[in-house]
Write a protein that binds this ligand. Structure first.
Ligand code: ZN
Ligand code: MN
Length: 486
């Protein structure tokens, strides 16, 4: 039996308009080396000026994750040489990070779908060590005969979130990243798009025999950029380490990469000794008193995912599953609340429409919610028509399909298709009487005590009305006619 300890270091590009220490634009996908200046190119003599917005977003992240915020902080130089960082140091933070402590809560739906039924420790929290702010480096691209380097990324505000080694399985790592990403999106601090490299993750993983107190040899997997990749890389690495240790071999501290196509990790470099980065306070940047920025961050604090889930359950009466699913998708929950505010729809019914019909239609059309032609108020309009009994559930689904395809309003479609239900009791009395007369055997069954026979008769009324009869009213009339004739 082996115990697994995983700690994650997550680098998050902050959503600011300009870079960390210069006025260059933060822009993904721009022509290489067109968003640069002497500061982010690291030219001699250029002086950095810090971006207050980036500090505010870092403090906001700390508030959302329950960290202690430093009232006084500073930037340090982390010295090392690498071609993507020509000034030979990265501006980072050493002993006075903006945030320390805090935690990320794991909730059931944050786990991979196939693992949600066997969660080892429901409601687990992963403690954070610290959150600090630094600058991103340039991006190297390696070609067949040489390498290219793009400085557009150099100097982008980069927040590093370091966890304690509390994560005990690849599935927990998956849940941690899912939950963390959700919080970042809620706060609007980052777009956290892993495909664009806005959220990157290094994993530290070790195994040790159960009962051993001291952690095993720590091995780092560098630069993961998908959540599912993190899960697979960790699963592979844990199995590999257990195999080594059980065979009596000693693991050495090393940095490994993940080859997604091969489904295996490989050695990048063996750590001979701890890096000596010779940190020292950056003499070009003054220390930071965070009082004013902290107040500004507090004003931005949103309702957090956990609070939203509880509000949906407790005040709106949604099931835990519906509440969690809605709250875990910020844009979907905004849509839901928009529709709720636009009409008098019952929250439960509305949640069903959003989570089932709307989601299914979006998935089938491979369309993001942002491009959906059914506005929240329009969905509320459809539900109002449905609730009034003008159309039935089956018709509502047809109307919704048309709304989704054309972006038209429910009322116009209902009218154009002549879908209004026949609720006129005179007309329904007539139809029901016809059905009763035409089905003497079923009527006898019903009178003999077979209550289900009523459903058959109701079905006949629906058929005769070409689906337009209001089923509830038809049922009442039938029951009354049958009782009267008995
Ligand atoms: Zn610049
Ligand atoms: Mn870093």
């Amino acid at each position: 039996m082996y115990l697994v300890s995983i700690g994650l270091e997550v680098h998050v590009q902050l959503r600011t308009r300009s870079k960390m220490f210069c006025a260059c634009a933060v822009e993904y996908g721009a022509e290489p080396n067109t968003r640069t200046c002497p500061v982010c190119l690291g030219l001699p003599g250029a002086l950095p000026v810090m971006n207050g917005e980036a500090i505010k977003l870092t403090l906001l992240t700390g508030l959302m994750l329950g960290c202690r915020l430093a009232s006084f902080s500073k930037f340090d130089r982390k010295n090392y040489f690498y071609p993507d960082m020509p000034k030979n140091y990265q501006i980072s933070q050493y002993d006075l990070p903006f945030c320390s402590g805090g935690a990320v809560e794991l909730y059931d739906l944050a786990y991979p779908k196939d693992a949600q039924k066997r969660i080892a420790q429901p409601g687990k929290s992963i403690r954070l060590t610290r959150i600090h702010l630094e600058e991103d480096v340039a991006k190297s691209t390696h070609f067949e005969t040489g390498s290219g380097i793009d400085f557009n990324r150099a100097g982008t505000p980069l927040m590093e979130i370091v966890s304690e080694p509390d994560i005990a399985s690849p599935e927990e790592a998956f849940a941690y990243l899912t939950s963390l990403k959700q919080t970042l999106l809620y706060g609007g601090v980052s777009d956290a798009d892993m495909e664009k490299g806005q959220l990157r993750c290094d994993c530290n993983v070790s195994v040790r025999p159960a009962g051993q107190e001291q952690l095993g040899t720590k091995i780092e997997i560098k630069n993961m950029n998908t959540i599912s990749g993190v899960r697979r890389a960790l699963a592979y690495e844990i199995e590999r380490q257990i195999e080594e240790v059980s065979a009596g071999r000693t693991l050495q501290q090393e940095t490994r990469g993940w080859d997604d196509a091969a489904g295996a990790t490989y050695v990048m470099r063996v750590k001979e000794s701890a890096h000596d980065y010779r940190y020292f306070p950056d003499p070009d940047l003054p220390p930071v008193d965070t009082t004013a920025l902290r107040a500004a961050a507090e004003a931005l604090l949103p309702e957090l995912p956990g609070a939203k889930r509880r509000r949906y359950e407790e005040s709106l009466g949604l099931s835990t599953y519906d509440a969690t699913t809605l709250a875990s998708d910020l844009s979907l929950s905004r849509y839901f609340e928009g529709a709720l505010a636009a009409g008098q729809a019952k929250p439960k019914a509305l949640a069903n429409w959003v989570l089932n019909d709307l989601n299914a239609a979006l998935a089938a059309a491979e369309q993001p919610l942002t491009e959906c032609r059914v506005q929240p108020a329009a969905l509320a309009g459809l539900l109002a028509i449905l609730e009034s009994g003008q159309i039935n559930g089956k018709q509502a689904k047809e109307v919704f399909a048309e709304m989704f395809a054309s972006g038209r309003e429910a009322a116009a479609i209902v009218q154009e298709r002549g879908l209004e239900q026949v609720s006129d009791t005179g007309a329904l009395e007539q139809l029901c009487a016809e059905v009763v007369a035409a089905n003497p055997k079923v009527v006898a069954d019903f009178r003999g005590g077979n209550a289900a026979a009523l459903n058959f008769l109701k079905g006949q009324v629906m058929k005769l009305s070409k689906g337009k009869a209001n089923p509830a009213i038809a049922g009442e009339i039938l029951a009354r006619q049958l009782a009267a004739g008995a």
